[in-house]
Ligand binder design. Structure first.
Ligand SMILES: Cc1ncc(C[n+]2csc(CCOP(=O)(O)OP(=O)(O)O)c2C)c(N)n1
Ligand SMILES: [Mg+2]
Length: 625
């Protein structure tokens, strides 16, 4: 039996029929379809969504990059068991999605991108927005999706959709493979009819397995951990996606091994667990970094081991340190010369717990870790209550939001100086309570990603912490949040510039060059010490947010911020709280380093000094083999 439908109609039916099942729970995989229409999709996918609105809810977006971020935020919040499709026109609408695709792929989050594409027939070539390649007739701008997608296909003929759509689902639902999947859809093919086999359009359930690791490798890993005197667990995003937080806590309680967390893994243990050391690495806590420095066996669970986690390969200083990597992706399981436990985090944690048989760390080591964790909490308390003036410190703003929020609320952030401060200071009380996108650390993710979080978990309050730079880059999601009745509480932290990079620049001898938001005077721009050469800009971001329809509260200092948070909670729709902070009152780093190369030769004295310090610091960088 077959059904006569256009390619676009068949695709929409197919997407609506896809389900996933893990641990016996079945759910629809696609929560809807975001889109912006142009000639490349309005009459194809657009018509299909219009004709059968009951199949897949259409959500109007205002920026294609932003809608992909929303899909990624949604997918992360759903532990990758669901996502949103994103349809765009051809040309600029399509390429606007490339940044979102890269973000999803870096963070291993499933998103399905459906960019329109040039005519398969080539009849009207070159169509509006077609980039012609003189030597390749089959190339379009959509080929830029190839390196940022985990699966790419261009559907040149209707029936080609059948294998393409099945491959897309295979990749989207594979914990090890997942990321952006792109099906480029030539605009004529979208509208072409075909007799589709009914089986293609039927309800389909993709099982998400929980594979166990190889028994011999588990035994080898357990032997290594048993012999360790100073073991450490590094919990990454995989712990949370696999819903392995309880399994982790059980292992920790039985073995006494302390835990440091990556950005994606923050929340794996509640902050007040006695063995929770908090963030580890370049933006890590003193507790985690001290323990990491001397650790002899490090068990990484669901982590990619980025430079922030390893403090650019300086965090683990014990010359004999060995690694065990629990990861569903072989790529990560084999990093740092570790024993690879390829499998699902929850399953493998169970295997490890059994193989370790309750073997616990010695009491002295456990007590040392617990002491460091307690001392760290004191440091957080200090930074939450600095009482800095006249403008507050960013750490106080974070403290006010954290203290006000409920354990199940979600904090969202992505770029700037806040992710590092949050990694150190946010007291996470729920595995899904901390949502900082730090794989791509993409300015502009904050509001758009926060919207996806809220769509996935409407019962939770979502606190979006966004810098003024990120806000200026991408903030139209405020409008979409009002359209959909999805409330965000946005705390817009204004330090008048790109302060994270300003602080980095100052530390590397270049005086914050190009990082302050100031009017150009006398040929100078954004240099800190230039005095009257620069002037403040007459920019009012709070007024901007109000003009987009948000309720806006201006908080002058931390006390007013607390009041604004209370008021915001009572408001049913999106609120933007504007608060200014002192850009020079940053949270320090704690015995960690980040490799950012400094010019080897320079006419600037401060750069030469920074280079000398860089060469010195780099000595500690080592291969982990
Ligand atoms: C899209 C994008 N462009 C550039 C960067 C590099 N970058 C990282 S943080 C930052 C400044 C962010 O400014 P803001 O949002 O105001 O936060 P602040 O650093 O002031 O805390 C820049 C330019 C980035 N992460 N993402
Ligand atoms: Mg800023």
């Amino acid at each position: 039996m077959s059904v006569r439908l256009t390619t676009a109609q068949a695709l929409v039916r197919f997407l609506a029929a896809q389900h996933v099942e893990r641990d016996g729970v079945e759910q629809r995989f696609f929560g809807g379809c975001f889109g912006i229409f142009g000639h490349g999709n309005v009459a194809g996918i657009g018509e299909a969504l219009y004709e059968s609105p009951e199949l897949l809810t259409y959500y109007q977006a205002r920026n294609e990059q932003s809608m992909v971020h929303t899909a990624a935020g949604y997918a992360r919040m759903r532990n990758r068991l669901g996502t949103l499709a994103c349809t765009s026109s051809i040309g600029p609408g399509a390429t606007n999605m490339v940044t979102g695709a890269a973000l999803a792929t870096v963070n291993r989050l499933p998103v399905l991108l459906l960019p329109g594409d040039v005519f398969a027939s080539r009849r009207p070539d070159p169509v509006l927005q077609q980039l012609e390649t003189p030597w390749a007739g089959d190339m379009s701008v959509n080929d830029v999706f190839r390196p940022v997608s985990r699966y790419f296909d261009r559907v040149w003929r209707p029936e080609q959709l059948i294998p393409a759509a099945l491959s897309a689902m295979r990749v989207l639902t594979s914990a090890a493979e997942t990321g952006a999947v792109t099906l480029a859809l030539p605009q004529d093919v979208q509208a072409e009819a075909y007799d589709w086999p009914e089986a293609f359009l039927e309800r389909r359930v993709w099982r998400i397995p929980r594979p166990a690791a190889d028994a011999g490798s588990v035994e080898a890993a357990a032997a290594l951990v048993r012999g360790a005197r100073r073991p450490l667990i590094v919990a990454g995003g995989g712990v949370i996606y696999s819903e392995a937080a309880d399994a982790l806590r059980e292992l920790v309680d039985r073995t006494g091994i302390p835990v440091g967390e990556t950005q994606a893994g923050k929340g794996s243990l509640p902050y007040d667990h006695p063995l929770a050391l908090g963030g580890v690495g370049a933006t890590g806590t003193l507790a985690a970094n001290r323990i990491a420095a001397a650790a002899d066996v490090v068990v990484g669970i669901g982590t990619r081991w980025t430079d922030f986690t390893t403090a650019s390969k300086t965090a683990f200083r014990n010359p004999d340190v060995r690694f065990v990597n629990v990861n569903v992706a072989e790529l990560d399981a084999l990093k740092q010369g570790g024993i690879a436990l390829v499998g699902d985090a929850r399953t493998v944690l169970g295997q490890l717990a059994e193989a370790l048989d309750g073997r616990s760390s010695d009491d002295g080591y456990r007590a040392e870790a617990e002491r460091l964790a307690r001392a760290w909490d004191g440091e957080v308390e200090r930074l939450y209550g600095l009482g800095h003036g006249p403008l507050p410190a960013q750490s106080e703003v974070i403290g006010a939001v954290n203290s006000f929020s409920e354990p199940s609320d979600v904090v969202v952030c992505a770029a700037g100086s806040m992710p590092g401060d949050l990694h150190k200071l946010w007291r996470t009380r729920d595995p899904k309570g901390y949502h900082v996108e730090y794989g791509y650390s993409c300015m502009g993710y904050e509001l758009a990603g926060g919207l996806g979080v809220k769509m996935a978990a409407p019962e939770r309050e979502v606190y979006v912490l966004v810098g003024d730079g990120s806000y200026l880059m991408l903030s139209e999601a405020i409008v979409t949040s009002l359209q959909e009745g999805l409330k965000l509480t946005v705390v817009l932290v204004d330090n008048h510039g790109f302060n994270s990079i300003g602080a980095l620049s100052r530390s590397l001898g270049t005086d914050g060059f190009g990082t302050r938001f100031e009017a150009r005077r006398n040929g100078s721009l954004g240099v800190d010490s230039s005095g009257p050469a620069t002037a403040a800009l007459p920019v009012d971001l709070a007024a901007n947010a109000a003009s987009l329809g948000a309720k806006v509260l201006r908080a002058n200092g931390v006390e007013e911020l607390r009041g604004a948070l209370r008021e915001a909670k009572e408001h049913p729709a999106t609120v933007v709280i504007h608060v200014e902070v002192d850009r020079y009152e940053g949270v320090p780093s704690y015995e960690s380093w980040w490799d950012v190369p400094v010019s080897e030769v320079s006419a600037v004295e401060s750069v030469r000094e920074a280079r000398a310090a860089y060469e010195e610091a780099r000595q500690a960088e080592r291969h982990l083999l």
